[in-house]
Design a protein around this ligand. Structure first.
Ligand code: SF4
Length: 301
């Protein structure tokens, strides 16, 4: 742990009146610098009520843009300007518009892991923590759901009275797509309880003991002594710190390259220089805010 650098970051944070929000998949040293660590939903909820002048969002671009849309008066900084999300890249706003024409009676639900311009075309946004609740809340019987087809399939299994159409067919996260039944079997043989992210393929979700977002994994960790985590490796560090008496297994190769782009040097650089501030056209923020706020209105807290 680079204690001196963490102290400098702490000092800079006070001078700049900044808060550091960090996603569960970030590297250990970035988690150590966090004010708040969470999943996409937890970070979005926090970003909305931040009182500091500046939000440093350690995650990927769609997360920083969501924070900006929810709290546009604040300066939102993404320390690695090229940290994107290959899953979000599966869906363009044009594809949403075309799907709406083809399915005029359908509601459009977009996963938060999508571009801001695509979100602006949606009826409502969801995260992996609340996707089922969001879809259940809709009056429409047909739902266009994108861009993750595994999450769409998971939602379809939990909300059988609605027709869920993946948008596009085959959109996926390459990190979660790498898991197979072999991972579930290997964990079961060792006596580990398996918990998998809903972005995992259907056969993995069916074999796992529990399906949950990373925020759900943190909340449920107390329920068993040893866990196999079928998601990105970064969550393992957080859980090991929070629950030192429990055993966690995670695949060493389950790494999202974009989530590992931010370094402590970049974080310090961001606090000194203000790079790289998120800028979005006002009209786009206004259109994207509606679908995100509709999701927020469903939150109980
Ligand atoms: S883990 Fe998957 S969904 Fe999350 S940012 Fe990386 S590519 Fe996107």
């Amino acid at each position: 742990m680079n204690t001196n650098q963490l102290k400098r970051i702490e000092q800079l944070k006070k001078e700049k009146n900044a808060i550091i929000l960090v996603h569960n998949y970030q590297p250990p040293e970035i988690q150590d610098a966090a004010d708040i660590i969470g999943d996409s939903l937890e970070l979005a909820v926090k970003a909305r009520s931040v009182t500091e002048d500046t939000i440093i969002l350690c995650g990927v671009r769609f997360m920083a843009e969501t924070a900006k849309v929810l709290n546009p008066e604040k300066t939102v900084i993404l320390p690695a300007k090229d940290a994107g999300c290959p899953l979000a890249d599966f869906l363009t706003p044009e594809m949403v518009r075309e799907a709406r024409i083809a399915h005029p009676d359908a509601a459009v639900v977009l996963y938060v892991n999508s571009d801001t311009a695509a979100k602006a075309e949606a009826d409502i946004v969801c995260t992996s923590a609340n996707a089922v609740e969001v879809v259940r809340s809709l009056k429409e019987k047909t739902v266009l759901f994108g861009p993750d087809s595994n999450l769409a399939d998971y939602v379809a299994s939990r909300v059988p009275d609605k027709k869920i159409i993946p948008l596009p067919e085959g959109g996926h996260c390459y990190v979660h797509e790498m898991f197979s039944c072999d991972d579930v079997i290997a964990a079961a043989e060792k006596g580990f309880t398996t918990i998998c992210h809903p972005e995992c393929p259907r056969e993995v979700r069916k074999g796992a003991d529990v399906v949950a977002s990373t925020g759900g994994m943190v909340k449920m960790a107390d329920l068993a002594d040893s866990w196999m985590l079928l998601t990105e490796k970064g969550i393992g560090y957080r859980l090991e710190k929070l629950f030192p008496d429990k055993k966690f297994m995670i695949r060493e190769d389950a790494i999202c390259k974009d989530m590992k782009k931010i370094t402590l040097d970049m974080l310090e650089h961001s606090l000194i220089t203000g790079e790289y501030a998120v800028t979005l056209p006002a009209h786009l923020m206004k259109r994207a805010r509606g679908p995100i706020e509709r999701m927020m209105a469903l939150q109980k807290e």
